[in-house]
Design a protein around this ligand. Structure first.
Ligand code: HPA
Length: 247
């Protein structure tokens, strides 16, 4: 059985239900991944866990070495990758902290990130298909896992990927909404397209940490976002525990 990879985002640097077997500090042709790979078992199923923002959560979204992270997980034998993303909620109903969303589409607003494996030393130019950016069977697994965990999971949503690390302006969020985005986060890209370039099956579970800028009362505070993430990650953990044996 090949391991399922988990990429933990803000608020999920460790996975409690994980029986740790070993920690591997690895390197890749693209540089070092964000953290050692933690190999372990969840309900007896092999998992390899990677903390996207580093073991202490200190790597900001625009400085994550997404290529090294995906490459390291592939080298470790993973074929399926479940990503956890903290997001702001835009669409009414999704602008509530704690909401869980399994996105089905992406609009990419990031820039200046190393976003492809197909850059140099090419024999020919490569354009991967990205019509459906997430792996549908793995999306269905996440939705089913949420059902089994007794959680309300929104099974569709358009993820707007922004550059960060600052949060958006209210006008930017209005524009994202006009573009059809339901949620906004800073780490969904280029992670998803790099996974596609490697042929990995990749899907995400997004946790709403806050109403996006201009959608809630007042300004956004990191304290509030972090508090909401701490609370919401309990649901994410129970969803993941159900998802891993199914994935
Ligand atoms: N915007 C972008 N990324 C985020 C947000 C947000 O409002 N909340 C958590 N991650």
């Amino acid at each position: 059985m090949t391991a399922v990879a988990l990429i933990g985002g803000t608020g999920l640097t460790v996975l409690e239900g994980l029986e740790v077997l070993r920690r591997d500090t690895v390197d890749t042709p693209w540089g070092a991944p964000s953290a050692p790979l933690v190999h372990g078992l969840v309900h007896g199923c092999p998992v390899v866990f990677l903390a996207r923002h580093g073991p202490a959560g200190t790597i900001p979204p625009h400085r994550v070495n997404y290529r090294a992270n995906l490459s390291a997980l592939q080298e470790a034998g993973a074929r399926r990758v479940i990503a956890v993303n903290a997001v702001g909620g835009i669409r009414p109903g999704l602008d509530v902290p704690g909401r869980l969303v399994v996105p089905h589409q992406i609009v990419d607003y990031t820039y200046g990130r190393a976003h492809t494996f197909f850059e140099d030393d090419l024999e020919h130019v490569v354009h991967v298909d990205f019509t459906e950016p997430y792996c549908q069977p793995l999306r269905e697994t996440l939705i089913e896992a949420g059902r089994r965990a007794g959680l309300e999971v929104v099974g569709r949503g358009v993820y707007g990927a922004t550059q960060g690390p600052r949060l958006e302006t209210a006008a930017e969020v209005d524009r994202l909404e006009r573009d059809g985005c339901d949620i906004v986060g800073m780490t969904g890209m280029p992670e998803a397209s790099l996974a596609r370039e490697l042929g990995l099956c990749y899907a995400a579970i997004a946790l709403v940490a806050n109403a996006a800028a201009g959608r809630g009362p007042g300004v956004l505070s990191m304290e509030e976002i972090e508090r909401n993430l701490r609370e919401g990650m309990r649901s994410v953990r129970s969803l993941l525990e159900q998802a891993i044996p199914l994935a």
